[in-house]
Design a protein around this ligand. Structure first.
Ligand SMILES: Cc1ncc(COP(=O)(O)O)c(C=O)c1O
Length: 378
């Protein structure tokens, strides 16, 4: 049996919505992006939301409006996709890596506090794989040390922290709409914002800081001469993507429920297997299960990569767990003492989980894992 690793969930009506945009003649950023932003903000309980080209550019903009620039430091987990650190670097600032909590794999607030220096401008917790970071200690830290918070919520649309949706907690929260995420626009990003002035500035910055949008100019009754009060970027989403995003928001609850159902099936089975540990589930969070990562416990007779190889021979696609950015050559110049991060990246792997994965396929994955784990135990 072949079991793919991931697939986006597309219902089939998206083509008509995109075709309608094309027929309208307005294909760049316009009314559909505006509607998608409003619907997204409503869904995540934010005052406003600003669309961009991807989550990396969303993080870059959110850091910029938080005052991060050359010479500043931003504290981030190394246990994250490299985009987390690259967004800091793209602002001319330095990512400073702090260790994660060994159970949640999210940035540890105590480790982040120890990494604060006189140059720290912001802390960027990541809601890794859709599991919210423990945000209250970070918000308290930010107040106490006068630093800003930006949330890397790439995988966290629909997640909740103590009952409150990620996006509504106060700081700017940046989401990804890449096809590996819970919902997709092909490529795309969104910044949930809880301050109207910041949202307006973000809207300008994503189009070279021009002080009037194409949509506003189109509707104007008089000639508009635009101005550029500061420097900006071109990070616009297209209206085709906006239309797709509106369709995807309609299926979000269905997708989240199916992901949670599959995760529960995995956890029930994997909890009983030797050498393997299902993901830890903290009480404070409702996660998206954007990915399902298991841990190969220390002492297992084969390593994580060998287990992945055996599953691949069975026709099952897996991925390594979250990377450790400081172990990559791109960040080889960073000094970091991150034992929990290094253990987490070495010991974890991700299993297939997506709407469309059949129970039969999932049972096969569980069966093969059980066979390999038992062989490991023998
Ligand atoms: C934690 C995290 N941050 C940022 C990103 C970047 O997202 P995008 O591909 O939309 O730029 C990703 C994507 O995988 C991610 O997992």
């Amino acid at each position: 049996m072949e079991v793919p690793f991931a697939r986006p969930y597309l219902r089939g009506d998206e083509g008509a919505a995109v075709a309608e945009v094309i027929a309208s003649g307005w294909v760049s950023q316009g009314p559909r992006v505006r509607d998608f932003e409003a619907a997204f903000a409503g869904r995540v309980g934010a005052l406003d939301a600003v669309a961009t080209t991807n989550c990396t550019s969303a993080l870059q903009l959110a850091l910029h409006v938080s005052g991060v620039g050359p010479g500043d430091e931003v504290i981030v987990p190394s246990l994250s996709f490299i985009a987390t650190a690259n967004a800091v670097w793209q602002n001319g600032a330095t990512p400073v890596f702090a260790d994660v909590d060994p159970r949640t794999y999210n940035l540890d607030p105590a480790a982040a506090e120890r990494a604060i220096t006189g140059r720290t401008k912001a802390i960027m917790p990541v809601h890794q794989l859709g599991l919210p970071a423990d945000m209250d200690p970070f918000l308290e830290l930010a107040d106490r040390h006068g630093v800003r918070i930006v949330e890397d919520a790439a995988c966290a649309i629909g997640a909740r922290y103590k009952g409150r949706p990620i996006g509504s907690l106060g700081p700017p929260a940046c989401f990804s709409l890449h096809p590996r995420k819970v919902i997709t626009t092909g490529e795309g990003g969104m910044i949930a914002v809880n301050d109207h002035a910041v949202a307006e500035r973000l809207r300008r910055l994503r189009q070279h800081a021009m002080d009037v949008s194409d949509l506003a100019r189109h509707g104007a009754r008089d000639v508009v001469i635009e101005r550029y009060p500061e420097r900006g970027w071109n990070l616009r989403m297209t209206d085709m993507q906006g239309a797709l995003g509106l369709c995807q928001l309609e299926v979000l609850d269905e997708v989240l429920a199916e992901r949670a159902r599959q995760a529960a099936r995995y956890s029930a089975a994997i909890g009983a297997l030797p050498h393997l540990e299902p993901p830890y589930e903290p009480q404070y969070a409702q996660r998206t299960w954007q990915s399902y990562a298991i841990r190969l416990l220390p002492g297992a007779p084969v390593g994580r990569t060998e287990l992945m190889r055996r599953l691949m021979a069975d026709g099952i696609a897996t991925r390594r767990g979250v990377m450790a950015i400081h172990e990559e050559q791109a960040y080889a110049d960073t000094v970091a003492d991150l034992p929990h991060t290094e253990a987490a990246t070495r010991e974890s792997l991700m299993l297939p989980l997506f709407p469309g994965l059949s129970d039969e396929q999932q049972d096969y994955v569980i069966d093969r894992l059980a066979t390999h784990a038992t062989a490991l135990a023998a």
